[in-house]
Design a protein around this ligand. Sequence first.
Ligand code: M6R
Length: 607
Amino acid sequence: MCGIVGVTGNDNAVKILLNGLEKLEYRGYDSAGIYVNDQKGQDYLVKTKGRISELRSKVSATAGVHGSTGIGHTRWATHGVVSEANAHPHFSNDDRFYLVHNGVIDNFQELKAKYLSDVPFRSQTDTEVVVQLIDKFAVEENLDAKAAFLKTLSLLKGSSYAFLMMDREQPDTLFVAKNKSPLLIGVADGFNVVCSDALAMLKETHDFLELMDGEVVTITPDKVAIQDAQGNPVERKPFHVDMNADEADKGTYPFYMLKEVDEQPNVMRKLAQTYLSEHGVPQIDQKLLDAMQAADRLYIVGAGTSYHAGLVGKRLFEKLAHIPTEVHVSSEFAYEQPMLSKKPFFIFLTQSGETADSREVLVNVNDAGYPSLTITNVQNSTLSREATYTLLLHAGPEIAVASTKAYTAQIALEAILAKALGEATGQIVAQDFNVRQQLGLVATGMQAIVDEKDKLEKIANDYLMQSNRAFYIGRGIDHAVSLEAALKLKEISYVQAEGFASGELKHGTIALIEKDTPVIGFITQAKTAGLTRSNLQETMARGAKTLTIVREGLAIDGDDLILPDVDEMLMPLLSVVPAQLLAYYTSLNKGLDVDKPRNLAKSVTVE
Ligand code: M6R
């Protein structure tokens, strides 16, 4: 979703802002803009619809754009159409205040009607209401920028925001406020920066200050002054982001998604090295294991792909650790909480650690005093900071909107955690499960699959390119993977794809099968292999074009894609990979933007 960058105290402000915005492109956006001020009376505002490359061209075509302090933004439309007028930064009618914003102001219509009925507006956004309001208070009540900013913030009801503001009368100062939406301050050598994600500023600094909800910050080139919601000064030490800026580059790959699919074998190895001893003994914080053991039920909460990884995790926790486990979609759980057990333990799965729907659940969980664990790829992300425990996925930055390596990393880490818990409670099945050896086999198996790209591209062309509808089917854990496989296909290739419990087809959905409808079956579990094959036959009898993705030990003549054998519980780690690549090649060969599918954002920071 929207991305924010800012800098104060560097004569290369324009370059820093544009580079930063480029690094935030992955979040999804439809327009962008920057505002810079050189502190000598010159300032520039450049905005455009479309990509950062278009913003760059516009900046180059505008004579003399330069400055040492500035703000920038990528917009993912919420209020108002995609247009240059609705792109940020927004500014007050007297050209004094400039503002970028991530989030949603719930009561902007009321504020507009109550305070700004005589003010002409240039855009349809909630953000412009905020900047006009700041200006109104500054002018009519003779408030300085910070006081006008604070007064405006106090009027925003039930809103999520990350704001970054500049005042032409204090051209070296950035004003920042945060509530629910993510924002970091980067402390660089002689200057300071602001960003929605550390990735955007890794070229400038590796040291960042996190912000808590309700905090307001003023930043000059040599000072960062944080105050809490009550107005008290806050002292905070920066944390160090241990990531190479190059890790976020796609190198020679045409798209991040392909790079991230290819990285999966290494992610498996890295997780094994990080969380297992040489002899395969899980190295998990004892306090976390104690808290989980004390629970009578686990509740896994996530959205999209992370929810799908939770569906596999449920099987792992129940089989290996014998703890009843429920999996919930966070946006549903937040507003219709099911009846909880007496001693619940919550597991939040989230690649970004910033998903607003999941965070809403965590806020309620914390209010109720329940223990929780966040499994995330992003160190110091909001869900990581706010949960009782965190385990990091160590998958490296995932930039493509379609999540791939985070899904497999989440499952692998769930397997390690379930093994640790099962061993701690003396479950024989957990003792017999050699997770280190299995993850080694998974890594090798993944490598074999990603090495078959030509074959997968051909299958994508033969099976999926000509159709605007497709089904992935399977039973049990294969059904869980079919949901993820369908999500991958629909989100990047716009084929209407559904994941189905294959036994359910006959209860209605088979009516949709017609000549040449692609139906892809996952067959990796001995107990249900025959049943899924029968269900595939039933669709074939009605004209479907079927394809099988089968574990080697269950393969028969005529199967299409044979996966290496690993423990059945871990087969999702392999069976999802061909589905990721089928989605990739379908999207690629349709000429679509694989990494940035329409209407989607990488980090969904509004509910
Ligand atoms: O960062 P999160 O894991 O919390 O994100 C959740 C979903 O938004 C995400 O998995 C989404 O479904 C992906 N686009 C799927 O590829």
